[in-house]
Design a binder for this molecule. Structure first.
Ligand code: ZN
Length: 69
């Protein structure tokens, strides 16, 4: 089984609110910057979107997905 299958199964086992948050876990720049706080799936910390330094998934000049600060 490849990473994508394992990942999809794992995500499917999460509660609804976590799965909803997961749909916002990439290509989220404008939504994130409009929020007061956000959280990292990897280290489980929360922080202000203004603390984000690095963005990836560039469309044009602007990255759409935050990297955890
Ligand atoms: Zn993190």
């Amino acid at each position: 089984m490849g990473f994508e299958d394992v990942h999809q199964r794992r995500v499917a086992s999460f509660p609804y609110d976590i799965r909803f948050a997961h749909t916002k876990s990439s290509n989220h720049r404008s939504e994130l910057l409009a929020s007061d706080h956000c959280g990292c799936f990897y280290c489980c910390k929360t922080f202000s979107p203004h603390e984000i330094i690095e963005w990836i998934d560039d469309i044009g000049e602007v990255g759409q997905t935050a990297l955890c600060p």
